[in-house]
Design a protein around this ligand. Structure first.
Ligand SMILES: Cc1cc2nc3c(=O)[nH]c(=O)nc-3n(C[C@H](O)[C@H](O)[C@H](O)COP(=O)(O)OP(=O)(O)OC[C@H]3O[C@@H](n4cnc5c(N)ncnc54)[C@H](O)[C@@H]3O)c2cc1C
Length: 451
C-alpha cells in the first residue's frame, strides 16, 4: 500500500499539491476547515476559492515572469492552470478567471479523482507522524498558527506582512545615488557599502511629504485588524504625525556623505538595502505603505535617483500569516525541525494566487516522490518556479524576509546582455527562453503515473 499524503488547506496551493501527488499515484487526503470554520475573506466552501481579484495577471510567457510561471505550470499538467484556462474571461494580455465556476471545477476534479479524499474540519495541531503538507495560506486559523509558532519560535511566524517597495538595481541612477552604510559601519568593504543612498534637498523633501499626504490609500478589509501599528508604521502615517518625522526616522541624513557632491549636506536621505543574494533587487528601507499602487509609482519616482526606477514589487501591509522560510525550510520545502511536514503556498512567503499554486505544485511532486522512494531535486533557479523556491529557501535575506511575487530580479542574470531599460526586451526573452528549456529538463526527472 502506498503511504497517504495529508494536506492541510484546500486553497490554491493545497489543491494543486493534491492533484500533482495523485497524478503520481499517491493517495491524498485534503483537510479543509471551510465551510465549518470561516475566514473573513472566503465566501464559499469550495476548494481553490479566489478571495479578491479575479486575475492571474499577465499571460505573456516570453516577456513576463508570472506569464512564464503560467507556462511552467501548464507544462506540468497543473490543475489550477487548466481550470483557469477553461474559465478564462476576456482581459487583453492578462488571464482573468470566472471565479465561481473555476473553484467549482477545481473542487469537482479533485473529488472525482479516485485517489483523493476530502476531510472537512479544522486541524489545530502539528501532526507528529505521517507525511504532511501545510498549505493553510495567509488566513491560517489561529489555533494552527499558534501551534506553528510554538514549533518555530514567535519571531519566525508573522501575522501581517509589511512590504517595502522593491526596485530593480539596474534601474537606479548611480550618477545620483551612492553606496555607503551610515557612519561607514562594518568590518568589510561590502558591509561599509551595504546601502544605496538617494539624497534630497529641502524643496525635494517638502514636495515628497506633500505627495505622501495627498496620495490615495487602501483600507484594510473588514475583519482585518490593524495590529501592524505595533511594529511598523506606514510612511504616510509617519508623515501625518509631523512633517519632520520621516527626517528623524527612515530618511534621516546623518552619518552619510554624498559621494557625488561631498560638500552638499543632504536634507534627507532615502536608503535602499540589498534584497537578494544576487544583488539584483533593493528594498526601500522603512517604506512599508498602504498607498495605492498607482500612487506609489508616482510618489517613489520623486526620489532623486529613482526617477526611472522599475519596481519588482510595490509596498503593502496585509493580514498575512507566513513563516520565515529561509531559516525554517530546507530546499525540498521540509520543516527542518520536523521533516515529515512540508509547507506550501502563501504561508511560505510567496505572494499571489499563481505563486501559491506553483509552490503547491512543487510540494505535491516532492512529497509524492519521497513517498515513492524517488529523489526529486528542486527545479533550477533559472526557471520561474525554481527562482521562487530558491529565493524563499535561501536567496532572500532572512532578517528582512517578506512575501515575494515572482519577478525577473530573482533569476540569475544571463551574461553578456545589455542592462537597463533598452536591453529589457532581449534580456527577458533570454530569461524565459532559458527557463523553458530548463523546466522541460527538470520535468523529465519527475515520472507521472499513467492515471
Ligand atoms: C484579503 C486577501 C486578498 C487577497 N487578494 C489577492 C489578489 O487579489 N490576488 C492574488 O493573487 N492574491 C491575493 N491574496 C493572496 C491570496 O490569498 C493567495 O494568493 C492565495 O489564495 C494563497 O493560496 P494558498 O493556497 O496559499 O492559501 P488559500 O487559498 O487561502 O488556502 C488556504 C486554505 O487553508 C484553509 N485553512 C486555513 N487554516 C486551516 C486549518 N487550520 N485547518 C484546515 N484548513 C485550514 C483555508 O480555509 C483555505 O481554504 C489575497 C489574500 C487575502 C487574505
Amino acid at each position: 500500500m502506498t503511504e497517504t499524503l495529508n494536506i492541510i488547506g484546500g486553497g490554491l496551493a493545497g489543491s494543486e499539491a493534491a492533484w500533482q501527488a495523485a497524478r503520481m499515484g499517491v493517495p491524498v487526503i485534503i483537510h479543509e476547515m471551510r465551510p465549518e470554520v470561516a475566514t473573513f475573506a472566503h465566501r464559499t466552501g469550495d476548494l481553490a476559492e479566489m478571495v479578491c481579484s479575479n486575475s492571474f495577471r499577465s499571460d505573456d510567457s516570453d516577456q513576463n515572469a508570472v506569464g512564464l510561471l503560467h507556462w511552467e505550470m501548464r507544462r506540468a499538467d497543473g490543475l489550477i492552470m487548466a481550470m483557469a484556462d477553461r474559465h478564462r474571461l476576456p482581459a487583453g494580455g492578462a488571464l482573468a478567471v470566472d471565479r465561481d465556476p473555476f473553484a467549482r471545477s477545481v473542487t469537482n476534479a479533485l473529488l472525482d479523482h479516485p485517489l483523493i479524499a476530502l476531510n472537512t474540519g479544522e486541524i489545530t495541531a502539528l501532526p507528529d507522524h505521517g507525511l504532511w503538507i501545510i498549505a493553510t495560506g495567509p488566513l491560517t486559523s489561529s489555533a494552527l498558527g499558534a501551534a506553528i509558532q510554538a514549533e518555530t519560535g514567535a519571531d519566525r511566524l508573522a501575522f501581517f506582512d509589511a512590504i517595502a517597495p522593491i526596485v530593480y538595481a539596474d534601474s537606479i541612477d548611480m550618477n545620483v545615488a551612492w553606496l555607503q552604510s551610515r557612519y561607514d559601519k562594518g568590518e568589510t568593504e561590502a558591509e561599509q557599502k551595504a546601502y544605496l543612498n538617494c539624497p534630497m534637498n529641502r524643496d525635494q523633501y517638502e514636495a515628497f511629504i506633500d505627495a505622501l499626504l495627498a496620495a490615495d490609500k487602501t483600507e484594510f478589509h473588514p475583519g482585518e485588524t490593524a495590529g501592524y501599528f505595533d511594529g511598523c508604521l506606514p510612511i504616510e502615517v509617519m508623515a501625518e504625525r509631523g512633517r519632520e518625522t520621516l527626517r528623524h526616522g527612515p530618511m534621516k541624513p546623518v552619518g552619510l556623505t554624498n559621494a557625488h557632491k561631498p560638500d552638499e549636506k543632504p536634507h534627507a536621505v532615502v536608503q535602499l538595502r540589498r534584497d537578494n543574494a544576487l544583488g539584483t533587487l533593493y528594498n526601500i528601507v522603512g517604506f512599508q505603505t498602504k498607498m495605492k499602487y498607482g500612487a506609489q509609482a508616482s510618489v517613489f519616482k520623486m526620489i532623486p535617483g529613482l526617477e526611472n526606477a522599475s519596481f519588482a514589487r510595490l509596498g503593502g501591509i496585509h493580514r498575512n500569516t507566513f513563516i520565515n522560510s529561509p531559516t525554517l525550510l530546507d530546499e525540498r520545502m521540509r520543516l527542518r525541525s520536523k521533516p515529515h511536514i512540508r509547507f506550501a503556498g502563501q504561508v511560505t512567503g510567496v505572494e499571489g494566487y499563481v505563486e501559491s499554486a506553483a509552490m503547491g505544485l512543487l510540494a505535491g511532486r516532492m512529497a509524492a516522490s519521497e513517498i515513492l522512494g524517488r529523489d526529486l531535486p528542486p527545479p533550477p533557479p533559472t526557471t520561474a518556479t525554481g527562482a521562487l523556491i530558491t529565493h524563499i529557501t535561501g536567496g532572500a535575506d532572512a532578517k528582512t524576509f517578506q512575501p515575494m511575487n515572482v519577478n525577473f530580479g530573482l533569476f540569475p542574470p544571463v551574461e553578456g546582455l545589455k542592462g537597463g531599460r533598452r536591453g529589457r526586451k532581449d534580456r527577458y526573452q533570454a530569461y524565459t527562453g532559458r527557463a523553458k528549456t530548463d523546466w522541460q529538463e527538470w520535468l523529465s526527472h519527475c515520472v507521472l503515473d499513467a492515471a
